[in-house]
Every structure is written in structure tokens, then in C-alpha cells.
Design a protein around this ligand. Structure first.
Ligand code: AMP
Length: 424
């Protein structure tokens, strides 16, 4: 029986994960490493452990009798934390180091996509400027330059002309993204509508959690700089059941099968960034964990099945798992950021009065970049709070979310007003 769970991460995603675990079993004992001011209300934040030192994490799990570890962000997965926990017989949800390469290396992802015949943008990989530029010319300079490794979501640059291509390639080779940009891929620019798709896999089988649209740009109407995500909505009505079947058959199943054939079974969340083009769905990227803020609009549709679902993946029992999503719920998440985000945001400002705001199971606040200092809530991250609302229609869910946002009295923050407008 699972009683003690350690959740790794500190974002709105991890707060949503804690909430979903407790909804499936309110007697669970949750620890979050390192957590935020929101997780501190429903779990115990662990602040004294260095996540990069895997033996510290293992010691903690053994001392606290941790029954299950849930890893939120990509870096510990790519660093092989799953492998090290498993070597010590600690149950953990997430892919091992090898299969986490799907996110950790864009070159690896493209190779798997090729072997699995997954539709994706045509590309080549480079380590030098001249051949890279020559390929951009072949693509008429309408192309996307990507650092091979992890770059906190910033290693993708869309270019439109020779100068932009040159600048982007040079900046990567000059170390803008550190080692992550020493190798790059250049791919054709795809057009269509973008959507994120989430499944949970157990190495052989998978269950679908559905589709999410996110809003990446900092400004209204998708203008300004890219961010980690300013808001999300789910489900995505533009994706028909037939399109989902096509995505499952052409992208998800062949990828999992190809990995399995290479003795590299994928267990965990597979998050596919997709472009739905005129020629059908194409894979833009794979992530190997839940998205933030996508998770916030996915988990409330699971109807208390979160813990059983995670355990079914860990124990490789998804073939017999009947996941029933609440199809009536429309969900919206709006991210409240610190002014200046995503460049230089204000840090260390206090947020007062959150406890006086009426929250309900249909409309509530999740914490992201917050911390508790002397019992005060302090904003230290760029994305600070999330407001999540559920209703029978997107119009109603938006209204609830924005009504609650107006009650948050925090002069140092801002949010986009147009989240989920395109779902109406
Ligand atoms: P990625 O991290 O690879 O998903 O890229 C980040 C964002 O860049 C995606 O969400 C897309 O908006 C955009 N993008 C990436 N690859 C392409 C492409 N081949 N064509 C058009 N847009 C792309």
C-alpha cells in the first residue's frame, strides 16, 4: 500500500499533482522537494536536500519510508534520478535516463521518429555554421533552429531570413545555451494549429489524458517574448476522435514500440507537442513529463483516479486500466506573473490576503513561484500563481477564473486577459 509519496519539483504543476494525489486518497502523506508556499499547505516541503545529489534523495526516501517518488520536471529525469532510485528498490514514476533522451536530445528524438516513421518536420543536424547555413538556404530561410539539449524551453529559434539564421546559429555555437547548443538541428517551418497531447505509458501500453492548448507568448494575441506558459485550456474541441486515433496510431504507438524494440521501454508521461498541418498531425517535440501549466487543466478531469493511474503505469498494468475522463468539464488556467517576466522580473515581493479569497472545488489558486518566509507568502519566480477554473462551458470557466484573479490584490503582478478566448 502506498502511504508516503515524495513529489519532486516546485511549480504549479507540482501543486496540482499534490492536489490530485490527495483527491484520490486523502490519507496520503505527501512530501515535496522543494515545493512552494501552496504545497506547504497540503504537504511537507523538503528544503534541505540537494536534488543533484542522488544519494541525498535516496537516503531521504529510505529514512522516511517513501513508497513512491513522482518526478515533476525534466532535468532530474534526464540526469537519471529514476535509474538511481530503482537501483535502490525505490518505486518511482517516470522514464529512465535512456528514454528521457526523447526530451533531453532533439537529435535522439528525431532518430526515434525516423525509425518509427512518425510524421515530423524534415531536418538535419549540425555542429558547424557553414553547412548549417547552406541547409537554411535549401529551406529558403523559413526554418527553425533548435539546440540539441535541454535549454529550459528557450533553445528553439524561429528564423525568417539569412541574418536571423546566422545570428541564431552563431549564438548557439557560441554557448548561449551552454553544452545544449553545441549540436543543433535545423528543421523546416511547419504551419497549422498547435496542440499538446498527453498519454501515460507503462512500457507497452498507454492511456490518453487528452489534449491541451497553451498560450506561450507573454502578450495578448500571442505577441511578445516566449514564456514557460501564460495559460492553458482543455479539452481541445478542434481535435476530433478520428484525429486522436490518427495521432495514437501514427505518433504515440510507433514511438513506444520502437523504444521497446530497442530494449528501452518508456514508462511515464509522454507529452507530444503537435502541429496539425494540412497533411495531418506532425510531431514537433516530445517531453517526458507533465507540462506546466498544462497539468493544471488535465488532472481535474481524472475523477480521483490519479494515484491508481500512476501505480498502474509503475506496475506495468495499464492494459487493464479503464481511465474515465470527465468529458463534461471545461478547464481554464490563467498564470499570474511577476512584472518584468519573462526577462527581469521583480523578486521577493509579498503577496497578502490570499487566505481571504473564497476558493471552491470549481475555482481555486495553485502556487508556482512562491515561498514562505516568516509565514508570509513571497513571490520569487516569474510565474507566481495559477488560477484554475472548471465549468460546463469555456465562457463560464473563463469568467470564474478572471473574477477570482480580480480579487487577488497584488500590484506587482500581471496576467493575460485572453486565455482560452479561442476556445469559445
Ligand atoms: P519545441 O520546444 O520544439 O516544441 O519548440 C517550441 C515551439 O516552437 C513550439 O511550440 C512551436 O510553436 C515552435 N516550433 C518548433 N518547431 C517548429 C516547426 N518545425 N515549425 C513551426 N514551429 C515550430
Amino acid at each position: 500500500m502506498v502511504q508516503n509519496i515524495l513529489i519532486i519539483g516546485s511549480g504549479g504543476r507540482e501543486h496540482a499533482v499534490c492536489k490530485a494525489f490527495l483527491e484520490s486518497d486523502s490519507s496520503l502523506n505527501l512530501f515535496v522537494l522543494p515545493g512552494n508556499a501552496g504545497t506547504a499547505l497540503i504537504a511537507k516541503n523538503i528544503l534541505h536536500i540537494n536534488l543533484n545529489n542522488h544519494s541525498e534523495v535516496i537516503d531521504f526516501c529510505q529514512q522516511q519510508n517513501i513508497d513512491l517518488v513522482f518526478i515533476g520536471p525534466e532535468q532530474p529525469l534526464v540526469n537519471g534520478l529514476v535509474d538511481d532510485l530503482q537501483k535502490n528498490n525505490i518505486l518511482v514514476f517516470g522514464p529512465n535516463k535512456n528514454s528521457a533522451q526523447l526530451e533531453g536530445s532533439k537529435i535522439f528524438m528525431k532518430q526515434i521518429a525516423k525509425q518509427a516513421q512518425v510524421p515530423t518536420a524534415k531536418y538535419q543536424q549540425f555542429t558547424e555554421l557553414q553547412p548549417a547555413l547552406q541547409y537554411c538556404l535549401e529551406l529558403n530561410f523559413k526554418c527553425v533552429i533548435k539546440a540539441d539539449g535541454l535549454a529550459s524551453g528557450k533553445g528553439v529559434i524561429i528564423v525568417n531570413n539569412e541574418q536571423e539564421a546566422k545570428d541564431a546559429i552563431n549564438s548557439m555555437f557560441a554557448g548561449k545555451f551552454g553544452l545544449a547548443g553545441q549540436k543543433i538541428i535545423i528543421e523546416e517551418f511547419l504551419t497549422g494549429f498547435e496542440v499538446s497531447y498527453f498519454v501515460i505509458a507503462d512500457g507497452s501500453n498507454f492511456v490518453s489524458l487528452g489534449f491541451v492548448c497553451d498560450h506561450k507568448k507573454v502578450g495578448e494575441n500571442e505577441t511578445g517574448l516566449n514564456t514557460g506558459g501564460m495559460g492553458t485550456f482543455s479539452p481541445v474541441q478542434k481535435v476530433s476522435p478520428q484525429l486522436q486515433q490518427q495521432i495514437d496510431a501514427q505518433i504515440i504507438s510507433p514511438t513506444l514500440l520502437t523504444l521497446k524494440q530497442q530494449n528501452n521501454q518508456f514508462c511515464g508521461v509522454l507529452f507530444a507537442g503537435l502541429m496539425i498541418t494540412d497533411q495531418g498531425p506532425k510531431l514537433l517535440e516530445f517531453n517526458v513529463r507533465f507540462g506546466d501549466p498544462e497539468t493544471q487543466v488535465l488532472l481535474p478531469r481524472l475523477n480521483k483516479q490519479f494515484l491508481p493511474l500512476i501505480l498502474a503505469s509503475v506496475y506495468k498494468k495499464l492494459a487493464n486500466f479503464q481511465l474515465i475522463l470527465d468529458e463534461t468539464k471545461k478547464l481554464v488556467c490563467v498564470v499570474l506573473c511577476a512584472k518584468g517576466y519573462p526577462e527581469n522580473h521583480i523578486k521577493g515581493k509579498q503577496i497578502n490576503g490570499l487566505e481571504k479569497i473564497l476558493q471552491t472545488p470549481e475555482c481555486y489558486i495553485l502556487h508556482a513561484g512562491t515561498a514562505l518566509e516568516n509565514q508570509q507568502i513571497i513571490a520569487y519566480g516569474g510565474r507566481v500563481l495559477n488560477v484554475v477554473a472548471t465549468a460546463e462551458s469555456f465562457a463560464e470557466a473563463r469568467q470564474k477564473a478572471y473574477n477570482l484573479l480580480q480579487k487577488i490584490n497584488w500590484q506587482d503582478g500581471f496576467y493575460r486577459q485572453d486565455i482560452a478566448l479561442k476556445a469559445l
